[in-house]
Design a protein around this ligand. Sequence first.
Ligand code: HBI
Length: 367
Amino acid sequence: MGAIISLDSPLKLLFVSTSVGPLGSGLGGGVELTLHNIAQELMSRGHSLQILAPTGSSLRTLPIIEIAGELQTTAQTQLRTDPIVMPGAAVLANMWDYARRVVPDYDLLVNFAYDWLPFYLTPFFPRPIAHLVSMGSLTDAMDQIIEQVARQFPRTIGVHSQAQAATFSFASHCRCLGNGFDLSLYQFCGEPQPWLGWVGRIAPEKGLEDAIAAAQETGMPLKILGAMQDAAYWQQLCQSYPHAPVEYLGFLPTTELQQVLRQCRALLVTPRWVEAFGNVAIEALACGVPVIAYRRGGPAEIVKDGKTGWLVEPDSVPGLVAAIAKIDQIDRATCRQQSEAEFSQAAMGDRMEEWFADILGITLRPA
Ligand code: HBI
């Protein structure tokens, strides 16, 4: 292991971003907010940090080095047995070639991409790479390469929830990090409007059709927010539910998003897949908005059933409707309190520093 250095001396960190869209576009899904919050918190603690990300990326004042190239195909659209796909002039390859050239200037790299290449390259790099895996098991090729790194470089695989880890055969080698949010950006709302919210990439794995069906059944309007990832899927929903009381408000940055989200009676979280975490559930709780979620994946570890929302049998629209009918039983202040207790940016910053110290074999700053 490297020299023993105390965490008193700030770390020099290189973040390598997701490869499916520029940071700030929403196409990177939860990873964009995760990367931003971790970067902001670690910089506030004195660590120095650079971020490699696709051209067109911008995230407030964060130090981004934009790298050109073709975006990667999103992993969740692939079949389990699909081979690894690398477009020509891939931004992923260009980001990691840049990383190779500058790596001597850094103590640690952090990979945010759910892609084969960074895992394959790990043994070739002269510095440790912490991999923050942002989704559950999707393809055999990714499972194999992540497992290979998990075994060869123990403690370097980070995940967001136990449910996400459990989708991998190497769950015991995964470090559960949860997530963290700048809660000062989310304003508590005690007097909601009579409408429901749904937030996420507009894509089949998010199960938006169930939220629309529940809105139609209850007659309660549904505000839909998120990046339009799959327009054909959205068109299909509009044709299937022509009279549902829904409104699509597009992808809004955090401060605008929470302006809408905070007024909702409840957020509906309807994942078809094992959602790794469920950032949007925390964002809702931070505004005092109860969460009605399928008992599946990360959100099921976040919502305290009957306290900060309701957990519903997966894929059950009647279950959503029944939960909506009893949403007034949830105290909105309790929702905000849970976000502060478990999901603050500072708590996540502690978990990230502990993770890095573990990988680097260094001592944590004295308590
Ligand atoms: N697909 N190939 C690939 N690479 C990623 O980094 C990636 C992805 N799909 C979705 C995604 N990242 C993020 O939206 C989620 O991890 C949150």
